[in-house]
Design a protein around this ligand. Structure first.
Ligand code: SF4
Ligand code: SF4
Length: 435
């Protein structure tokens, strides 16, 4: 049953915001509570305010003027992982992801975070993500920190723990020796008969910390007869900005990518990051008020494919060798819940000879969620603990997933428990099969 009631009044203390959640989105929730036990923050904290239903209730209160956008509201909305397990569970079709992103845009517009948090968020979402050169310079600095011995000294002396940065340090990905930037602008020809032509979005962090994964993606596609273009001028997809409440910044990035990726005659626009693909498939929603880009955004969405989705669609060529390993496949939330991609990665792994090992609660988030494991470190680690308990309950040679954020988090979990469990992207296993 859908709530028919219109908002009682316009909020007085909460300034109107063009991105505020609409009544159309909010009214779909009938408060049945069927989503509660699927929500990792509710399962961990046991509080209604940290459940999907509780958060929607608070958002409605804000829209109606019954609650201010203050510390409490920001706390409970910030604690949401954006994993969208609640969307999958909801029988009423509540688009929770759209609701919470809009609520975050309101928070960014109205709520006064600390001076340091404001500056840092503005710098990261508004500058670093918009400029791959700036990201490159930053990555070089981090690489120097990691390789010069400074990191080792700070770790051994306990300095990082003292200043509360040990978690951040542990979760920072290792910066590559060779970045992926030189490949941007290149075309990689198909091996053998050409079966397709795609444009590849190289991402942002992938360029500096997962360049091997990007090269593996190009290799697996070309080995399967796909011509791969990595168009020059592409940028970050905008997912981190949108999820952080910086929807205008995400729009700028979306427009840039639409211009670039629709400039060629590609069969598909391919990404290897679940989080990127999920936002790229939402560009139409992001730009629905932009008459210049609205139609092209729909075209872009129709072409966007996760690499596993695309490869399953075109079909794998017989691999050169089998990868006979027992592999846990951990669903990345933004593949499973946001894009409803469940069977394709599993089919691909089976096709190269992997034996799949299923874990309990594979549909539950690992606690990574973009930068969540950094900004909500304590809660993220509790969620990771539950995930590692599930992983430890089975026996496997390795773990595969479809998102670099999950890889970083699960590697940290395995290292903490001193488990000998390599964590790889599905595409890296496919690459082994075509090597
Ligand atoms: S979000 Fe869906 S499942 Fe959760 S309380 Fe609302 S209607 Fe029920
Ligand atoms: S997105 Fe995930 S963390 Fe947020 S309310 Fe839904 S299930 Fe809970």
């Amino acid at each position: 049953m859908t709530r028919r009631r219109e908002p009682m009044s316009t909020a007085t203390q909460n300034p109107p915001h063009p991105d505020a959640p609409t009544w159309e989105l909010l009214s779909k929730c009938v408060h049945c509570g069927l989503c509660l036990n699927h929500c990792p923050t509710y399962r961990t904290l046991g509080m209604e305010m940290d459940s999907p239903r509780g958060r929607i209730y608070q958002i409605v209160q804000v829209q109606e003027g019954g609650m201010e956008i203050g510390d409490s509201f920001a706390l409970h909305i910030d604690r949401c992982l954006g994993c969208l397990a609640c969307e999958t569970a909801c029988p009423s079709g509540v688009q929770y992801g759209r609701i919470v992103e809009r609520a975050r845009a309101q928070i960014e517009n109205t709520y006064h975070r600390s001076f340091f948090a404001r500056r840092l968020r503005r710098y990261f979402y508004g500058k670093v993500l918009h400029d791959l050169r700036r990201m490159e310079r930053l990555a070089r600095l981090v690489r120097f920190y990691q390789r010069s011995g400074i990191q080792t000294v700070l770790r051994k002396t306990g300095f990082l723990r003292l200043v509360g940065a040990a978690g951040l340090d542990r979760l920072s990905p290792r910066i590559d020796s060779e970045f992926f930037f030189p490949e941007i602008g290149k075309t990689f020809p198909a091996v053998g008969e050409r079966r397709g032509k795609v444009a590849f979005l190289a991402g942002c962090i992938n360029n500096v910390a997962f360049s091997h994964l990007n090269r593996a993606t190009v290799k697996v596609l070309t080995e399967n007869g796909i011509e791969v273009h990595v168009p020059a001028g592409q940028g970050c997809c905008g997912a981190l900005a949108a999820h952080g409440g910086f929807r205008e910044d995400a729009r700028k990035l979306a427009r840039q990518n639409i211009e670039i990726f629709l400039g060629g005659d590609y069969d598909a626009i391919v990404t290897n990051a679940a989080g990127c693909g999920s936002l790229m498939k939402e560009y139409d929603d992001l730009l629905d008020q932009d008459p210049q880009f609205k139609t092209r955004a729909h075209e872009f969405v129709a072409k966007t494919k996760d690499v596993t989705e695309y490869l399953a669609q075109v079909g794998l060529r017989p691999p050169r060798r089998k990868v006979a390993q027992n592999v846990i496949y951990q669903d990345a939330c933004h593949l499973l819940h946001a894009q409803k991609i469940k069977s394709q990665p599993r089919e691909l792994l089976k096709a190269i000879g992997c034996q799949l090992v299923e874990i309990p609660h594979a549909d539950q988030c690992c606690g990574s969620a973009g930068v969540y494991n950094v900004v909500q470190n304590e809660l993220s680690m509790k969620i990771l603990e539950a995930k590692m308990d599930d992983i430890s309950s089975v026996s496997a040679d390795m773990l595969a997933t479809g998102n670099v954020g999950c890889m970083i988090q699960l590697r940290a979990g395995a290292a903490q428990r001193k488990m000998n469990l390599p964590v790889k992207h599905v595409v890296e296993l496919l690459e082994e099969a075509y090597s």
